[in-house]
Design a protein around this ligand. Structure first.
Ligand SMILES: NC(=O)c1ccc[n+]([C@@H]2O[C@H](COP(=O)([O-])OP(=O)(O)OC[C@H]3O[C@@H](n4cnc5c(N)ncnc54)[C@H](OP(=O)(O)O)[C@@H]3O)[C@@H](O)[C@H]2O)c1
Length: 231
């Protein structure tokens, strides 16, 4: 049994990861931006003793620090940073129509927040002796996925992929594996109903990849099906 922290557990892939890990008997610290607006997570918690909800708004440094001080120094085996924001409608992410406030807001959620979470919980991961930090990025972050528009989403995800790669280098001597994950095009609020795979398929693929990672894999960019994603 391990302890897994899911950052962004209220909906979509994060909710499904919480469900699957808790059903496997793992202890899940399920982090929600706003615990009073987490009805699907509340429902899951009602039928599982393995889930504990903590409030953590990844866009707010003070919220990350508060969560870290409530959780304390207990060891955490895996942290999966799922929280993400698309940054507005595609038509509002074009060269001629871009909302700069939205871009800054999205940078806080998608890029800066994950680094602050990594910093705040580093000791928890280290004390597990074999910690995993996984950050959900996107194929849109890759230079091998050229797609026009989507400036806000694509750049903030490209930047967080780089955050993951740098963390892997900076933590090379620590007992922590850092990985970056493209979860697939997934049928969630973000991915929409036309997407290719379900949240169940994505989450079970992510769990499978994470469980097989070794220290020498640190810094790699994966797809949910275990393939290496080109940068
Ligand atoms: N779905 C896809 O096709 C796809 C493809 C590539 C990458 N991804 C990435 O995979 C991750 C999960 O995607 P998804 O499809 O499950 O998205 P989703 O259904 O839109 O859910 C987004 C999750 O992020 C949380 N979140 C947003 N802002 C937050 C904040 N400030 N603090 C804490 N949590 C916050 C949301 O919480 P609230 O309920 O409180 O808003 C929600 O739990 C994202 O990082 C996304 O960019 C998804």
């Amino acid at each position: 049994m391990s302890t897994v922290m899911i950052v962004g557990a209220t909906r979509g892939i994060g909710l499904e990861l919480t469900k699957q890990y808790s059903e496997e008997g793992d202890k899940v610290i399920a982090c929600a931006r706003d615990v009073s607006a987490a009805s699907q997570l509340d429902k899951l918690v009602a039928s599982s003793e393995n889930i504990r909800i903590e409030e953590l708004d990844i866009a707010e440094a003070s919220s990350i620090e508060s969560a870290a001080s409530r959780i304390g120094k207990d060891s955490i085996d895996s942290i999966i940073i799922v929280a993400g924001y698309v940054g507005g409608m595609p038509e509002n992410q074009t060269i001629d129509n871009i909302d700069l406030d939205e871009w800054h807001r999205t940078l806080n959620i998608n890029t800066i927040g994950p680094l602050l979470v990594a910093r705040a919980f580093k000791e928890n991961l280290s004390s597990s002796g074999n910690g995993n930090l996984m950050i959900l990025s996107s194929q849109l972050a890759a230079s091998t996925w050229p797609m026009g528009g989507m400036y806000v989403y694509s750049t903030t995800k490209a930047a967080v992929s780089k955050v993951g790669q740098i963390l892997a280098l900076d933590w090379a001597q620590d007992p922590i594996i850092v990985s970056i994950m493209h979860p697939g095009w997934v049928k969630t609020d973000m991915g929409g109903p036309a997407a290719e795979i379900t949240a169940e398929e994505s989450a079970s693929g992510i769990r499978n990849v994470l469980s097989g990672l070794k220290k020498e894999d640190s810094g790699n960019f994966y797809k949910w099906n275990g393939e290496i994603h080109p940068w």
